[in-house]
Design a protein around this ligand. Sequence first.
Ligand code: ZN
Length: 72
Amino acid sequence: MVSSMGERYFCADCEHDFIPTEGGDDPRCPKCARTEAVEPADVSPLQSDIWRQWLFVFALLFVAGIAYVLFE
Ligand SMILES: [Zn+2]
């Protein structure tokens, strides 16, 4: 099952966000006509979201560590 709706790709070469008009395994950037730098754009928001959550956890641990050192 392949849905063409919302299948976005991101070209890392020219930072162009696009939806490929013709389906295929190798989408081409309409701006610079490259295929090597094109990545699925759906993955990155989720990954950055997880990364942000981990950053929040590390920040909490860091603050807790400083508080432990200061108030020991
Ligand atoms: Zn491009």
